[in-house]
Design a protein around this ligand. Structure first.
Ligand code: MG
Length: 374
């Protein structure tokens, strides 16, 4: 089998708000083969930048558009194709947007391989440690206690094992942050998981260490991304100063950066995003390494059903995953871009699809309706 074409389609909702919600737009990447099998993936990035990285003409042997690099290759050779794309984008890549684009293509290759073999991706990754997973509700932090209570009262009766409040109103004022986090625990009561995502807004290791003391009583399952992804020294200092579990990793691209965060940053929970880190294979490699250190790997996934399906396939095959991030922001793309609905059951459990590949189908009508650039 050979790759014959790659498409990068930008879709977006009519208005993009300046909030931490990655499901307002996306780039859908389709890899076509001469066998008539098409794989689908997406990148969590600027969809316009990723599209250009895929389509741009070659400038130099290590500065090429990814589409031209992989046409003619066997889509089963996923590691080989990853390395070829990485080397062909050295000048402008190595991290960030180029790795996001590589992630989308890599995701589509797993989809092709699974479809061609009639197997779900998790079988190709080594098999299923689990076929179902508890979901937690992931929402932006509102700016009032009443709205926190409304969110808790809306979602918790649906079965979720807990809620993560992130970004939104957090990170602008430390006293307000403590009040909001206290309101979350008060609304949830004792028992359900509470996760807080600061969205990189706290600064300085000492400030964060002090804040961990102030919020310790609210029993967080984890505190997420207090620092910039570049402040590994801060993560390292925090690791020894608090007993709150610290989670991070969604910004990290490549195995190099994930390894650094694990080894130097000393995080307790690693959160690779399969639409940013280099793809499903990179996430599997880091999860195998993290498992040796007894570190859980909980993928970050705040995009559309394409990424959620990739995350579920990974979660099935990762020894050290125990929970799924389920976006409860109601954007049209997160709810409608694919035909499959990953509904939770009354106990908050999602059953992992066992259809070939990623086990999903893009809704062509929705793709067409929200497409702004092909
Ligand atoms: Mg986060």
């Amino acid at each position: 089998m050979k790759i014959v074409d790659v498409e990068a389609i930008v879709v977006k909702q009519p208005t993009i708000e300046d909030i931490g919600d990655g499901s307002q737009d996306t780039v859908v990447v389709r890899v076509h083969t001469d066998a008539g099998i098409t794989g689908v993936g997406e990148a969590d990035s600027s969809p316009y930048v990723v599209r250009e990285i895929i389509y741009c003409p070659a400038s130099h042997i290590v500065c090429k558009g990814l589409r031209d690099v992989i046409i003619g290759m066997d889509p089963f050779d996923i590691d080989v194709i990853y390395e070829k794309m990485y080397q062909a984008s050295y000048y402008y890549g190595r991290r960030s947007a180029a790795i996001h684009a590589i992630s989308a293509i890599e995701m589509a290759l797993w989809d092709i391989k699974g479809k061609a073999l009639g197997l779900p991706v998790y079988k190709l990754l080594g098999g299923a440690f689990r076929t179902e997973i508890p979901a937690y509700c992931s929402v932006l932090m509102p700016d009032s206690e009443d709205e926190i209570k409304r969110i808790v009262d809306t979602y918790m009766p649906q079965g979720y094992c807990g809620i993560k409040f992130g970004w939104g109103a957090l990170g602008y004022d430390l006293d307000t942050d403590v009040k909001l986090i206290a309101a979350c625990r008060k609304a949830l009561g004792k028992g359900p998981r509470l996760m807080i995502d600061i969205g990189m807004r706290w600064t300085g290791a000492k400030t964060v260490i002090r804040m961990c003391e102030r919020i310790r009583e609210f029993d967080l399952t984890w505190l997420e991304e207090p620092f910039s992804p570049d402040y590994l020294d801060g993560y390292r200092r925090l690791a020894t100063a608090t007993d709150i579990s610290i989670a991070a990793g969604e910004e990290q691209g490549t195995l190099y950066e994930l390894m650094e965060l694990l080894d130097t940053g000393g995080v307790d929970i690693l959160q690779p995003d399969m639409a940013r880190c280099g793809g499903i294979g990179i996430a599997k490699k880091i999860s195998d390494i993290a498992a040796l250190k007894d570190i859980p790997v909980i993928p970050h996934a705040f995009k559309t059903g394409i990424l959620m399906s990739a995350s579920l396939q990974f979660i099935a095959a990762a020894k050290n995953a125990f929970i799924l991030e389920y976006i409860c922001q109601e954007t049209v793309l997160s709810k409608r871009l694919i035909k499959h609905h990953f509904n939770i059951d009354a106990h908050g459990i999602i059953h992992i699809p066992d259809q070939p590949g990623l086990g999903i189908e893009v809704d062509e009508d929705v793709l067409e309706e929200y497409c702004v650039l092909k």
